[in-house]
Design a protein around this ligand. Structure first.
Ligand code: NI
Length: 227
């Protein structure tokens, strides 16, 4: 399931992130790639231990915390510290699957990457090319969103970033270990949550149907969640 979430960051937050990243040195993106991905990856990244990565990463994490769509779609257990990448003209990232397990050095833990996220920090008008192409159950989907908007998709998907032919594409990207490992179960819970929200717009919260469906949601989550 691939979901676009608009306005995760405000315009002010996008500006703040861009200014902080502009003042920082970028390095070859292959530093964090696995063996196969490194052979097809050509981009730039902010080093994970750079102070700006922590500062703007914190801003992204706070924005996720207040975003109901992210929490409903991803059911996060742990979010890896956000990273930042940039594709200038000629840069690209060929087809790959993200590494399943990632180490968080400062926390001394490993997390399973269930959901991949890309939070766009450049507007589509700033560059040509640079689409995120994700192989979904329903075929391949091309994604290019407004600055401040984000796409989440199963980390199991084959995906790529097409070559940039003009301008520069900046983004934050990160992985989440979900309480729900299975993409199909996560999707069911998301659909059920949305259907309950929609029903609650038309019926009072003490309606027996609303109470029953809400109970089913929580009891499914209780059965399936791992923590
Ligand atoms: Ni990737």
């Amino acid at each position: 399931m691939l979901i676009a979430i608009d306005n995760v960051l405000t315009a002010d937050e996008v500006r703040q992130a861009r200014q902080a990243l502009e003042a920082t040195a970028w390095v070859d993106g292959r530093v964090t790639a696995g063996e196969q991905a490194a052979t097809v990856k050509l981009n730039l990244q902010i080093p994970q231990d750079a102070p700006v990565a922590k500062e703007i990463g914190g801003l992204v994490l706070r924005a996720l915390g207040r975003n109901p769509a992210f929490n409903s779609a991803v059911l996060p257990l742990r979010v890896l510290p956000p990273m930042f990448n940039r594709y200038d003209a000629g840069m690209t990232f060929g087809a790959h699957v993200d590494s399943a397990i990632r180490h968080v050095p400062e926390a001394g833990i490993r997390i399973r990457t269930d959901v991949s996220s890309t939070l766009f920090l450049s507007d589509p008008s700033e560059y040509d090319g640079g689409e995120l192409v994700v192989e979904d159950t329903y075929g391949s989907q091309k994604v290019k969103l407004a600055a401040g908007s984000m796409v989440v998709y199963p980390a199991t998907s084959l995906h790529a970033v097409t070559p940039i032919s003009r301008g520069s594409r900046w983004a934050s990207f990160f992985w989440t270990q979900s309480m729900i490992r299975d993409d199909g179960q996560r999707r069911l819970l998301y659909d059920l949550d949305r259907a309950i929200m929609e029903t609650r717009r038309h019926l009072p919260d003490d309606n027996h149907g609303v109470v029953g469906l809400t109970g089913v949601y929580h009891n499914l989550l209780r059965q399936w969640a791992e923590m």
